[in-house]
Design a protein around this ligand. Sequence first.
Ligand code: ADP
Ligand code: ZN
Length: 736
Amino acid sequence: MSRFADIVLPLAQPAYTFAVGEGMEVRVGDAVAVQFGKSSVYTGIVWRLHDTPPRSGRAKPILKVLYDKPLLSELQMRFWEWIADYYICSVGEVMRVALPSAIKAKARCEEEFEPYEPKREVTVALVAEAFVGEEREKLARRAPKRYEALCAIEEAGGLLPRHKVELEASVLRALQRSGFVELGERDYQLDTEWSKTRLPRLSEAQQRAFAEIEEGLQSHSAALLQGVTSSGKTEIYTHFIEKRLSRGEDVLFLVPEISLTAQLVERMRGLFGESVTVYHSKLTPHQRTKLYTDMLSSESGNFVVGARSALFLPYKKLGLVVVDEEHDSSYKQTEPNPRYNGRDAAIMLAAMSGAKCILGSATPSLESYANALSGKYGYSLLTERYGGVELPTIRISDTVRNVKRNERKLHFNKELLDGIADRLANNEQVILFQNRRGYSPYMECPTCGFTARCPHCNVNLSAHQQKGRMVCHYCGYYEPVMRFCPNCKTEELRPMGFGTERVEEAIQKLFPEARVLRLDGDTATSSAAYNRIIGAFARHEADILVGTQIISKGLDFAGVTLIGILNGDNLLTAADFRAEERAWQLLMQVAGRAGRRDTRGEVVIQTAEPQHPIYSMIGDYNRVAAKLLAERKQFGYPPFVRIIRVTMRSGETERLVASSLRLGELLRNRFGRRVLGPVSPLIDRIRGEYRVEIMLKIEVESSFARARAILREEIERLREERDYRNITIICDVDII
Ligand code: ADP
Ligand code: ZN
């Protein structure tokens, strides 16, 4: 029996050593309660058992073991370690996202941790001796429904859970009385019999893609399915999913944002039954804990649809991970640690589990696309929409020319207005896209140029008309809309630029008859609100939907024949190296929402820079990808280098600047010209804290593990030699 245990706590700290009490049985992977700090009791995970006493003083005892089986398997522990190592954080920080909060709760001593209890279910067993000969025939003639139900039990091997026997309770009791069946009880078992017949037949193009992916997965652990919107990627996934489930393996279907996937979950439940598990961070802690512990004690054969946190569930035999919309930047956790990318972690988890990973997208990330081209992943390309629906035509509308000709009204060019009038007359639907929420992104005084700014962040306040507020989109600070300029006190502040709220107001003014809905962060405040809005639009209870990015995600509106993109320019002007890739993906994704079987859809993009090369290439993925990849290569960006961004934050500027200069120097000693900065980011103050950034670019050919180790070392060195109070250092690996 080992005397000590290294225990991971949900903190940004390494594992601590605790003493294993006399006679206490502790296993690696067990959740235990331990006291840490003065009065807090934490749940920790036993990471290692050994006999070496800690160097510093006495080890506190483990208070108790919390569950009757370890919470983590060996494989899960290796996965947590990989995330901590790759994304430069502690295993304890991985624990924070990996386990439901009810399991890892910090508590006071006396508080009981909820013990795990398996669910029970009623079973119906056939009494085979009774269901023979004349009795059997009699039943077949006189009570065909009962007869069929009994046959179904017989075929299933003599036993079925109650909910699978399609008979009313009174009928079942009658069968029990006459000795045909016996009722029993057992631990609840997840449904592992997946439908085999209801999947739609794949079209010829889809079959080819299926075969290519299948072949790709024989020699690679991941494959990329690139298919235009509505080409049937989801249908293809379901065929792979069915295959794995019927072999008794676990399947994970990852989506970028779970609140946006009601349509998908419904579709999966329709195909695979009610036992599709939905797992994401918006479930209550209790629900998440229940799902986790249920899965811990179930056999394999689970089907989980989930957001990135579903990667941490206790799969027994993971066979397949599908990463839908793999290009989506919401796969990356940007705050707090671990700042991991769910897509990349999925590929790793699949590789560690001996499972396969399918990445799917209409607009793959350049990283995945490059991996597919270089033969690192399997690959298949689907270029036609299912049922021969054509992709929409794209029209570029020159805003400057419209202004010159006096044809622009409010925020709309003539081409777009004519299009909208046309569609409304035809009883068709329109989507208007603007990537800013609120009324206007800033308020300006026309006389002195004063703009209202957030007192805590270095950004403008956005006007939100309905709430009568000016709001900071970074920290949430707000104040009432200013009427008069506080600086020169002569003029009213004017709203500059436009957000979705202002678009909604303008379109209503221009088309008073039209029914307009708005979908953005202010109206879709919960998934219920979100579902209400898209539900109403899908039922054609509105003619026009105004929205932000949200509308580009996985929605399918058959009635939409026109999409207006109100300002293509501000998509392209963001200041980071992914701006163009993201703008173009967004344009294609939004465009993919238009068109139906009988009418070809149209997309109108308003821009002041119609000659920008991106517009002439929008529909041509390979051309755009080749152009962007060439630029990335030339200027040294992913996928040709890996970027780590080190952000230093503090309320005290001087100390921050001195520390960042020193860290820059330390890193330059080791990495030379691979270090950029320190520099002030575009928004250099958020929530009252100043920020400085250092970028590290590591060529893909050199050892990334070694680079991360050196970075950790140098940060440690800085910590030892500098006065470190009040400075936060954050590493973000593979920035998005
Ligand atoms: P994607 O995931 O590529 O956007 P979907 O799988 O959602 O495409 O397919 C788009 C639409 O076409 C859906 O309504 C889907 O049900 C239908 N569809 C695609 N393939 C088939 C098929 N083989 N049989 C019947 N319907 C299909
Ligand atoms: Zn702010």
